[in-house]
Design a protein around this ligand. Structure first.
Ligand SMILES: Cc1cc2nc3c(=O)[nH]c(=O)nc-3n(C[C@H](O)[C@H](O)[C@H](O)COP(=O)(O)OP(=O)(O)OC[C@H]3O[C@@H](n4cnc5c(N)ncnc54)[C@H](O)[C@@H]3O)c2cc1C
Length: 304
């Protein structure tokens, strides 16, 4: 099931059909704050009022022209200025393929620098989302370029516990004291690169989380997995790691009950809020993680 849904995520014919459908759009709103920045900023203000921090993601990936990549860059620059003007508790997350990584490394680099420059001027943190394994090394190279070579300390990465290589990448990020978001990984990867069994992905997650919590710089534990979240709460208690040294992260519209519980228990919780017109692949990855979400969508379509 997961593989079929991930296949559908990359199918352009299906994407056209679904995104054109008048019915799908309102249903997507469960997981996507809206198609405009204004809607995303409103959702951010509401989440802030509930005690959650936010990271905003302008949806889009694998752009194929310099022009599109420049438009994404400009959207992020405007977004950062809006976040500052509205005094929101919010940072941004972005995908390098949306900034032109498939078009030319140099363009992507220049676009990223423009965003980091604006963000740094306002003390806003920028997270580089991690995409499929074709982009892992390129993403980490560009991160190194910005963080180590050019000295932008307001940028951080995402590491995926399903990849074998992440154990080494975690060590390197600890060495650099760079901020890491740890997630399990959302893409279809071959067994030569990633653990095929969920139990191994979960075990790897705990091992990497443990290292980051003990030695990392404000790690972000991005998961909705109650067992891992319970384990983390126990681990930080036992090791006297105070809540200002890490945060939990969850996706907009997913396990809202758990988000609130953690906030009430005194943890920092950041909600990842996606917005924009290019919501189809994002939505399909959420379906792949939990096929029950597909039922939610189908039911909603039936009753409209
Ligand atoms: C803030 C954030 C940022 C992320 N950034 C990236 C990234 O940059 N790159 C990347 O590859 N992946 C990213 N992911 C996705 C991540 O890799 C997983 O695919 C996703 O979080 C599902 O894994 P899980 O840890 O929640 O645990 P799972 O083991 O998949 O799920 C555990 C439980 O969580 C609940 N759950 C999980 N997913 C859903 C869902 N979609 N809807 C409803 N309930 C759900 C279910 O109850 C499920 O039983 C991110 C996830 C989060 C939360």
């Amino acid at each position: 099931m997961r593989n079929s849904i991930l296949w559908a995520a990359n199918n352009s014919g299906l994407r056209r059909q679904v995104t054109r459908s008048r019915l799908a759009r309102p249903v997507a709103r469960r997981f996507v704050a809206g198609e405009t920045a204004e809607q995303a900023l409103e959702a951010t203000a509401q989440l802030n009022a509930q005690g959650a921090h936010v990271t905003l993601d302008y949806l889009g990936e694998n752009v194929t022209s310099e022009l599109e990549a420049a438009a994404v860059r400009d959207t992020y620059v405007r977004l950062i200025n809006d976040i500052v003007a509205r005094k929101l508790d919010c940072n941004v997350s972005l995908k390098l393929t949306a900034l032109g990584l498939d078009v030319a490394y140099q363009h992507c680099h220049a676009n990223l620098r423009a965003i980091l420059e604006t963000a740094a001027a306002h003390d806003i943190f920028v997270r580089l989302d991690m995409e499929g394994s074709d982009y892992t090394q390129l993403t980490l190279d560009l991160f190194d370029q910005m963080y180590v070579a050019e000295g932008y300390k307001n940028v951080g990465v995402v590491l995926q516990s399903y990849l074998y290589r992440s154990a080494n990448d975690v060590d390197r990020m600890i060495e650099l004291q760079a901020r890491v978001r740890l997630c399990k990984g959302a893409y279809k990867e071959p067994p030569t690169l990633a653990y095929p069994e969920k139990a191994d992905v979960d075990r790897s997650y705990r091992e990497l989380a443990q290292r980051l919590l003990l030695h990392g710089n404000y790690p972000a534990l991005a998961t909705h997995d109650s067992a891992i979240i319970d384990w983390t709460q126990q681990f930080v208690r036992e090791h006297k790691i105070t809540p200002d040294r890490y945060e939990f992260q969850m996706l907009y519209g997913v396990r809202r009950d758990l988000q609130q519980q953690l906030i009430f228990a005194g943890h920092h919780v950041r909600v990842y809020v996606p917005f924009g017109e290019a919501w189809y692949p994002y939505l399909m990855r959420r379906m792949a993680e939990r096929p029950a979400n597909l039922l939610f969508i189908l039911k909603a379509l039936r009753y409209r």
